[in-house]
Design a protein around this ligand. Structure first.
Ligand code: ATP
Ligand code: MG
Length: 178
């Protein structure tokens, strides 16, 4: 495939806020052209997110699939690790189907970097996935992006935390954090 026609691989990583928000910014921009975008959430499927509600309003151009099982091994985690593995594998299967369908301009794999870091899925499987993207651009979010992911990406941005209200004890805010 001609390099210009090929979709690009975008990575948003780092310890600062804005990775998922940046991916959602691309949704707003691209659906303006009538592009088709799907976001698959790898980790946070059980939370209620503003974007999950918005996706209903942005149909059919934007689709959102919450496949994850909430935070892994941290507070409030009442799921068995294997359940997380199953959920992440399921998310990966959906991602593969979506990318191979050729129907999407952009496929966003939200928090997939954490799923790799936590060993819920193998980095090799994700590399295979992005190598088969053809004209679809793929966005991978989450801190701790694997070196192989960075190597195979065209655009990598690291969000660096300078300040976060969390440090002052300000809890997650509706419409800003979720
Ligand atoms: P967002 O979805 O707001 O763009 P993100 O995708 O960059 O955030 P994640 O790692 O997915 O960040 O974490 C999601 C939640 O954690 C958000 O509510 C965000 O505000 C919060 N968060 C992100 N970075 C930090 C940080 N450095 N310290 C504390 N909380 C953070
Ligand atoms: Mg995020």
């Amino acid at each position: 495939m001609n390099l210009m026609d090929e979709g690009i691989v975008i990575v948003y990583t780092g310890n600062g806020k804005g990775k998922t928000t940046a991916a959602l910014g691309l949704v707003l921009r691209s659906i303006g052209y009538g592009f088709r975008v799907v976001m698959i959430q790898f980790i946070k499927g059980e939370w209620h997110y503003g974007e999950l509600i918005s996706s209903e309003k942005l149909k059919p151009e934007f689709e959102m699939i919450a496949a994850g099982k909430g935070f892994v091994g941290i507070i409030d985690d009442d799921h068995d690790f294997n359940e997380h593995v199953r959920a992440a594998k399921q998310a990966l299967k959906i991602a593969k189907k979506k990318i191979e369908s050729g129907l999407y301009d952009i496929v966003i794999l939200d928090e997939i970097n954490y799923a790799i870091k936590l060993k819920l899925i193998l980095v090799e499987e994700v590399i295979d996935l992005i190598k088969n993207r053809k004209k679809t651009s793929v966005v991978l979010t989450g801190n701790y992006a694997h070196s192989q992911i960075i190597e195979n990406a065209d655009l990598v941005t690291e969000m660096k935390s300078i300040k976060h209200p969390y440090k002052k004890g300000i809890k997650a805010k509706k419409g800003i954090d979720f």
